[in-house]
Design a protein around this ligand. Sequence first.
Ligand code: TTP
Ligand code: MG
Length: 423
Amino acid sequence: MIVIVSAMVRIPSPIAQCVLFKMPMKLSVLHVDMDAFFAAVEVLDNPSLRGKPLLVGGTGKRGVVSTASYEAREFGCHSAQPMAVALKKCPHAIVVSPRGERYREKSEQIFEIFSNYTPSVEPISVDEAFLDIQGTERLFGSPLHIGEEIKESILANTGLTASVGIASNKFLAKLSSDLEKPDGMTVMDQERFDHQFPGLPISKIWGLGKATLIQFEKVGVRTMGDMRNLSREWLVRRFGLSGEAFYKLCRGIDGRVVTPDHRAKSIGQEQTFREDIANPETVRHNLLGEVEQVGYRLRKHKLKAKRITLKIRYGDFQTITRGMTLSRPTDSTHILWEMAKELFDKWVESNFYPVRLIGATASHFADEDAQLEMFPDQFAEKRRQMDLGTDAILEKFGKNSIRRGASIHRGEHHHTDRRKNPE
Ligand code: TTP
Ligand code: MG
């Protein structure tokens, strides 16, 4: 306890003063996250599964749970768990293979609905997005009204439920959408922020893993309110840049803005796991799904990227990136995955630690150099056809992803023109 006393904030910093003097919270960001997405789609298409413990995922030896229905979660099953472990916890669970194309179809319907409300939609994954709702009140009414309408529209058009969080920034909006899941609607207004936020466990901080939790527990910090008692200096000394982030987040401060794809300088996709993942295969499985999404979004926006970057966050919030630059821009999933896989495998070989978050980002958009087209890559057309085909039936984590991954792994169609530039 001595540690805490010595770390108490004595003079409020400018940020702490903002909090003390209560800057009004403008409800400008909406976060939507579908409930048990893959499982919910399966139930929709096969109503006899409703109310039953359901695991969607790979059934093979190294099968991984993509998601578990809420009924299966009661037995301790969850995403990114080896299927064998999940079945030990819930032997009577029904296992279903993922059907990526169906999830993509549903995902597109959902994103179509978002775009009716604002052009500023930032996709985070197939079933999740931030919406900037500033300036939409005149057209659509209060933030709460917009949130309710979006939920209703999703249900009416897709038959699925979503959880919505509305707040003054991305961090609070994402945290809020999770508070009343499933079918939740949470507005983090000033009153709720004052009353509920300080008591929330710090595990609600997006990306804060077990190792960091333990470090905080050791100094008696469990809640956001507890964390506020630690000085900025202490947090930075202990956690570096992450400490700076913690200092702000536990005060509900987050400066990140909603960045829609068409304004983005990069297109990325990331996955935060609910617990640290110690099995590299599981992480790789998720990474492949992300790269497929990134490729799909590049092609959708007619963009080609020259650089791919992996983001890896450990359980202690420490984040590293590994990047590679190509000599010519690409929108091919095959090439992006080859790069990503190489970066990933190199990192796994050198120092693998349990992972809390994995992300893939394509950046440095450029036009294809016309001159290079004079020497076409003989496999390019084949890859292009494959991408066009899979765009229609794109799988985030499903069977086709695994097949695609396996074929790439064996080095089929192996031809790339690239310059490596690991960071
Ligand atoms: P999530 O939104 O994280 O989870 P969820 O929608 O299944 O459940 P929740 O109600 O808690 O939001 O992920 C969306 C989908 O992405 C999920 O249905 C399956 C897939 N997925 C994976 O394939 N692997 C993973 O590790 C995670 C977390 C998700
Ligand atoms: Mg979800």
